[in-house]
Ligand binder design. Sequence first.
Ligand code: BEZ
Length: 398
Amino acid sequence: MEDLKGLSRRSLLQAGAVAAVGASGFIPSRFAIGASAKVKVGFLLPYSGTYAGLGEAITNGFKMAMAEHGGKLGDREVEFIAVDDESNPAKGPENTNKLVTGENVDFVVGPVHSGVALGMVKVVRESGTIAVIANAGAGAATGPLCAPNIFRTSFTNYQASFPMGKVAMERGLKNVVTMTWKYAAGEEALAGFEASFTKYGGKVIKQIMVPFPQEEFQANLTEIASLKPDGVFVFFAGAGALKFVKDYAAAGLKPIQLMGSGFLTDGVLKAQGEAAEGILTTLHYADALDTAENKTFRANYAKAFAKEADVYAVQGYDAAQLLLQGMGAVKGDTGAKAELIAAMEKAVIKSPRGAFTLSKAHNPVQDFYLRQVKNGHEVVLSVAEKALADPATGCKMA
Ligand code: BEZ
């Protein structure tokens, strides 16, 4: 029995290796052994709580890209396993391990929350599992904790907020109040804004932090009104962003220019309605981008899910594009990890946001758009920063 098994493994290997030497000349290392097995993709995403809508959009975007490519990665069928990470950093390592150890996944895709990402990164740095961060902007994941097997198709919190500092000063908003949830994403977003804002002479007169995922803002809005700033810059996302924008308008603060990274309105703009009018944001995506890729993407997404696409759907779509390119290059051989990683590093992603490549730290180098809500739509005013890279301070690739 053992011999028979060994023989069939060997002959399978030979047959697979021959079949796999294609036009690229790439010879997979142990191609046949796993060639017929499904590729396991684990989603570590929030499917409950304030970021539930973001997790759903990333999942949808990823699956849509897969469907457009016959549902296969490197010609192998794909199995999805989803874990609700609940945006709970304390459970980050445990939930990652459900996928990495419990399910033995080939790839982890996610998360949304920066605190969860830091827990995930710890686990995959140990296991070597390839992870594609499809949202969480924690700088450390592509900074001091960077690793060959960790990729990101989204942004760093710094990237998404930095461009707004200059914009605020250009608009004469010199005294600004900043506000966010107190955790890595909020803190880094405010730091990114402040870095450029103060460089151009702006002054942050008050920084307000509330616990995540608190959605009770009344006392803070009263304080903002009393401070009479020229503008307010915030980081909120998902259901919290919806609530904040509505409360801000209801508190009569609309005459004070509200600004943020684009998560403040993306995915929740319709529900925010009139309250969102005039908000200025910077982001690496905008619904209205006038490119063939974006128009096709949005039309297909609306058709498939009866919903409008948003930045989170784009990031999920691009996470799949990255894996499609990597797995295509190694013809589905997940065992050829060095070649797979090399192909992912070289990928050019034709994203609905515009084409982008990855930095040495595996983070997108991409354009950031200045957007403003006008008549219920996110209008693109300009490119606020072209090909902006994260500084990736402390990243030393092994
Ligand atoms: C974060 O935790 O990194 C994050 C969450 C939602 C939107 C953007 C960033």
